[in-house]
Structures are given as structure tokens and as C-alpha cells.
Design a binder for this molecule. Structure first.
Ligand SMILES: [Zn+2]
Length: 449
């Protein structure tokens, strides 16, 4: 058999076996079709001497809500080696009907969960603080059923953004996931800071009552105020009890969200023991400036969608959390008019560096970015085994580093030579291919694999 591509001379990172193996890997028909020391005939041979050949990174938590025609966030993720990403997190939209006509060819493999807030908006709830009525809940159930039938990967809640969501509202929607294979619920929990453990207990209870997998989203940004180890301990105890739980974290000690959201309602200073000067406008007219009482009031009133970076978490807790064997790396990448937090462009190289500094081997560090998140989403793209999807990132382990900063948010990382999506070369030394190589993934079909 003639291969489409042979990546020759590199070291293959196997996150499942925990090994680095000097071997060649060949792709044919979008799948791994050769692994070994030979050099079978191939239409294209890529020289990977001195480089690592890793499975493509799997990002179970990003935001593609804006559906911008420039694919800015997809490009940022692809350039850092992400080959599969899951959007629709933290309750955000869009519903599948809305993006489908626009998105026939994403730059990477892209899946969506159905956001609770998006469902609320679809049934006419514009007030984030109002619990849904029984009739609205019934209509949301109908919409969610349809989304799941269309291939949604599951349901996401952003309870901190819809803080008065009632248990009845949660239960009615969560119950639809019960017993549905390979779907799960991601939750941005109800509280950050001192009440976060209450928030974690609330979602553990969802997993317990509905026998459904629950992913605690960006656990670091909710709990790294002195509570992270205890929060992770609660999740691990729930797993020991037999519940199906997972969590993810991004490698920064600052979070980012819209200034108009409930997160920035009065009281945040006490919650985080920080002040307005720890908040930095990340988009809009005050971009780059620390907030003042005047700019805070201006943005809240006139530009609630503007993104604000909150430099408020404890970095040591974040690093410890990332190195926990159950913690998946996820970007939580979100952009507004192409502006936002550097995590959209730097998360994976940065997390790998932090994990290496924490003493993990390369295969073990890579596991947090590949086979672990892939298994959390029932995807088979977390390792380069025979027959696996031909998703790979070829990088120089010495040179790999994130370059995105709070001032230069979209700067691509260094050290990545190639990214392959379904066997197509999607990135060649920092340049994305002209033709998008990705596709939408839908659960319940062969496509989802
Ligand atoms: Zn979130």
C-alpha cells in the first residue's frame, strides 16, 4: 500500500504506553497506516529528525460562539497543535441549527455541546437572573432533545452566569442525558472563591442522581483561591464512590470573561480578596488598561460583551492541579472581535512546559493533552496507533514554548513544525494550509470517532 504521508526519523510519543519510540509513522486515508522502522513508499515524506511526533492535542473546552468568518480562535488553537476541539461550553451557544449553515469546513475537528444559557435564550429568557418557568423548562427539554439527536456532544451549564437556575431546571435537562451513550455534562460551577466547594458538591450530585459523566470545567479558575486541592479531592472521592467525573484546567493564574456577566457583579473584590486594579480590559476601548471605578462602570453599562482578564488566581495551585493525574489540559479559549486571553493561543505548549517542570516525563505530560481528554469525550484520537485518526503534532521538545501574552494575545507558539488533521498537513512551520482540513463531529454517527 502506498502511503499518503510518511513522517520519518522522529520519536513517537505514546501517551498510553508512556513511551518515546524512534519510529516512522505513515498515514493513508486519514488514518495511521504504518508504524515501524521501514520507509514504505509515500506520496510525501516529512523529515522529523530530532522532533517528537505526538498525537494531536484534544481540547475539550473552548468557545466558538462568535462564529467569526476569520476562524480566529480555530486558527489559534490549530497553530498550537490542537486537532480536535469541543465548543459550546459554560452554557454558551450557539445551538447546532445556527452554526451549521456557516460551518461546513472548520480548520480542525470541531464538536459542540449544547449550552444551557443558549437554550434559555432560545426560549426567550433574556434575564440571566430569572429562573425558568415550568413551560419554559419543557420547551428547553424539547430543544435539547433535538440537539442531542442532531449529534451534540452533550450539555453544558454556566451556573455562575445564570446564578438563580433552579434545581428543577437543572434536573429536567440533566435527566435527558441519563443513559445516553458517550454524552456528558460539562459544568462551569455556580460559585468561584469561598463557596466553590458547594458548587463542586452540587455537580457531583448531578453525576450521582442521573448516572451521567460530569466534567468540572476549568476547575483552577473556580477554586485556586485556596480551595483547589480540596475541590480536586472531592472529585476524586466521588470517582472512588463509582461516579463518572472528570475535570480540566488551563495553565494561567488569570481568568477571562465578559464584563457584563454575573461574575463581575458587586462583591467580587471580597470573594477574591482583589481589587479593580487586578482586572485588565482584554477587548474593547479600554483594551490593555487596568480597570478603574470609571472604566468598570462604563464597560458594564455600555459594552457588557467586552472581555476582562482577572489576575486573581493562585499560580501555585494551578500548577499543582495541572499535574494531577486526572487533570486534562483545556484552553477555555474565548475571543471577542479577535481579542481576549492568551490561553486561546498558548495553552497547550505552556501546559506541557509546566508539566515537564513538575517532573513529568514527556509521554506523561503529553497524556494530559491527548489520550486523557480524548477518553473524557469518548474520542479515539488520543494516540497514534494503527487505525487511529491521523491527527498529529510534530514539535521540537527543546524549542516548544508559548509566546502569547496578555499584551500579544494571539502570538503563536514556537517549536511546532507540523500539525496534521485527518492526515492532511494543516500547519507547516506556523503557516496554516489554505484549505481547512477539519470537519464537524457529531455524536451518534461514525463521524464522532
Ligand atoms: Zn466557564
Amino acid at each position: 500500500m502506498r502511503l499518503d504521508t510518511l513522517i520519518a526519523g522522529g520519536s513517537i510519543v505514546d501517551p498510553i504506553a508512556g513511551t518515546l519510540l524512534k519510529a516512522n509513522v505513515g498515514f493513508a486515508g486519514g488514518r495511521v497506516a504504518y508504524l515501524g522502522r521501514e520507509a514504505p513508499e509515500a506520496a510525501r515524506v516529512v523529515d522529523a529528525a530530532g522532533l517528537f511526533v505526538s498525537p494531536g492535542f484534544v481540547d475539550t473546552h473552548m468557545h466558538d460562539e462568535e462564529l467569526d468568518d476569520l476562524y480566529t480562535i480555530q486558527r489559534a488553537l490549530l497553530l498550537q497543535g490542537v486537532t480536535t476541539a469541543i465548543a459550546g461550553n459554560c452554557g454558551s451557544g450557539p445551538l447546532m441549527e445556527a452554526y451549521k449553515p456557516k460551518r461546513q469546513a472548520p480548520m480542525l475537528k470541531l464538536a459542540y455541546q449544547t449550552g444551557h444559557t443558549a437554550l434559555r435564550k432560545a426560549v426567550g429568557i433574556d434575564d440571566a437572573y430569572r429562573p425558568a418557568t415550568a413551560a419554559e423548562i419543557a420547551r428547553m427539554q424539547g430543544l435539547l432533545r433535538g440537539e442531542l439527536e442532531r449529534g451534540s456532544f452533550g450539555l453544558s451549564f454556566g451556573l455562575e452566569y445564570a446564578p438563580n437556575t433552579s434545581p428543577a431546571e437543572i434536573d429536567a435537562l440533566a435527566s435527558l442525558l441519563s443513559g445516553l451513550p458517550e454524552r456528558w455534562i460539562s459544568v462551569h460551577i455556580r460559585y468561584d472563591g469561598p463557596r466553590c466547594l458547594e458548587g463542586v458538591r452540587e455537580v457531583i450530585d448531578i453525576a450521582r442522581r442521573f448516572k451521567v459523566r460530569v466534567q468540572v470545567s476549568h476547575i483552577g479558575s473556580m477554586t485556586a483561591f485556596g480551595y483547589c486541592a480540596e475541590a480536586v479531592g472531592l472529585v476524586e472521592a466521588a470517582k472512588a464512590e463509582g461516579l463518572d467525573m472528570s475535570f480540566d484546567c488551563y495553565p494561567y493564574d488569570a481568568f477571562c470573561t465578559h464584563i457584563g456577566s454575573a461574575v463581575f457583579d458587586p462583591g467580587f473584590e471580597e470573594r477574591w480578596q482583589k481589587g479593580l486594579s487586578d482586572l485588565e480590559a482584554a477587548s474593547g476601548k479600554h483594551k490593555g488598561a487596568r480597570l478603574t471605578p470609571e472604566s468598570y462602570a462604563d464597560l458594564r453599562a455600555n459594552d457588557p460583551e467586552a472581555l476582562v482578564i482577572a489576575h486573581v488566581m493562585n499560580g501555585e495551585e494551578i500548577r499543582t492541579c495541572l499535574a494531577h493525574p486526572s487533570c486534562a489540559v483545556a484552553s477555555d479559549g474565548v475571543l471577542h472581535d479577535g481579542q481576549g486571553h492568551p490561553r486561546a493561543a498558548g495553552t497547550f505548549p505552556r501546559a506541557l512546559r509546566i508539566l515537564r517542570e513538575a517532573g513529568l516525563s514527556w509521554p506523561e505530560a503529553v497524556r494530559h493533552a491527548t489520550s486523557l481528554p480524548a477518553s473524557m469525550a469518548w474520542l479515539d484520537s488520543g494516540a497514534l496507533a494503527m487505525g487511529s485518526p491521523a491527527d498529529a503534532v510534530v514539535f521540537d521538545p527543546e524549542a516548544l514554548r508559548d509566546k502569547a501574552t496578555f499584551a500579544d494575545q494571539l502570538a503563536p507558539p514556537e517549536g511546532i513544525a507540523y500539525v496534521f488533521v485527518d492526515g492532511a498537513m494543516a500547519v507547516d512551520h506556523g503557516t496554516c494550509a489554505a484549505e481547512p482540513a477539519g470537519r464537524l463531529l457529531f455524536k451518534g454517527t461514525a463521524d464522532a470517532r
